[in-house]
Design a protein around this ligand. Structure first.
Ligand SMILES: C[S@@+](CC[C@H](N)C(=O)[O-])C[C@H]1O[C@@H](n2cnc3c(N)ncnc32)[C@H](O)[C@@H]1O
Length: 231
């Protein structure tokens, strides 16, 4: 699907099928419950950026779950790929959800900030310098939390995905690209070795890695109080 000349119908089916694959392998519901929902409120708006949104199902699920929970969340989903953007933006609209054709660096250049920044299945697409740039962008774009989720490479993940998808997705790139993605993805040790200071790698089931960064807490006021107390 990365080939600009790939079959257009198979590509559309691939975007449409991402939601089924992500429902099984992305762990997104768990990430929403544990990391995102506790930061949302019914009163104040929280903003979230999905980097590399592809077919848009991750952004759509998050917007839908927050609305169902009565919590206010605006979701901006970006992808520089014109075909991905056209597919995602062409789906039925949801309140608070916006798709934009952009790179994370475009938003940094425009000075945009979000409470939460995340991506799903983007890391394994990137070379070393691109990965570093994405993480720098994430820190600049996030006021609070950044989470990059991806597959963890392992022979069992490869075998399981190969067998599990074998009867399905025949007329899309899901199976072939998924297997390539697993071969390209990181192990825990590899991702931990390239994670910059401030980033931590968490391992999750099934064969998931979450690269996590949290904005440093501002501790100055407490220190000032302490100095006053000793004055
Ligand atoms: C495999 S797709 C992931 C799609 C989607 N997140 C999902 O889980 O189905 C990876 C996408 O990341 C996008 N991408 C890569 N680097 C990016 C960046 N710096 N900013 C925005 N999008 C990026 C690519 O254009 C591609 O569409």
């Amino acid at each position: 699907m990365d080939d600009p000349n790939c079959d257009a119908e198979a590509l559309q089916r691939t975007y449409a099928n991402f939601r089924y694959v992500n429902a099984v392998v992305s762990g997104l519901r768990h990430t929403y419950r544990r990391d995102i929902r506790p930061r949302l409120s019914a009163g104040a708006e929280t903003s979230l950026l999905d980097i590399g949104s592809g077919g848009g199902d991750v952004a759509r699920s998050l917007a839908r779950w927050a609305a169902r929970d009565g919590l206010r969340l605006t979701v901006t989903a970006i992808d520089p790929d014109a075909r991905a953007h056209a597919y995602a933006a062409g789906q039925p609209p949801l309140p608070g959800l916006e798709f934009r054709r952009a790179l994370s660096s475009d938003l940094v250049a425009a000075g945009e900030r979000f409470d939460i920044v995340l991506s799903n299945h983007v890391l394994h697409h990137l070379g070393g310098a691109e990965l570093g740039a994405l993480l720098v962008d994430s820190e600049r774009l996030s006021r609070g939390l950044a989470l990059h989720g991806d597959i963890e490479r392992s022979p069992l993940a490869y075998l399981g995905f190969g067998l599990g998808t074998w009867p399905f997705f025949r007329r899309s790139f899901i199976r072939a690209d998924g297997l390539t993605s697993i071969r390209r993805s990181f192990t825990w040790r590899e991702l931990a070795a390239v994670a910059p200071p401030g980033w931590a790698v968490r391992r999750e089931v099934p064969y998931r890695l979450i690269l996590r960064w949290q904005a440093p807490a501002i501790a100055e006021p407490r220190r000032a109080e302490g100095r006053r107390a000793h004055a």
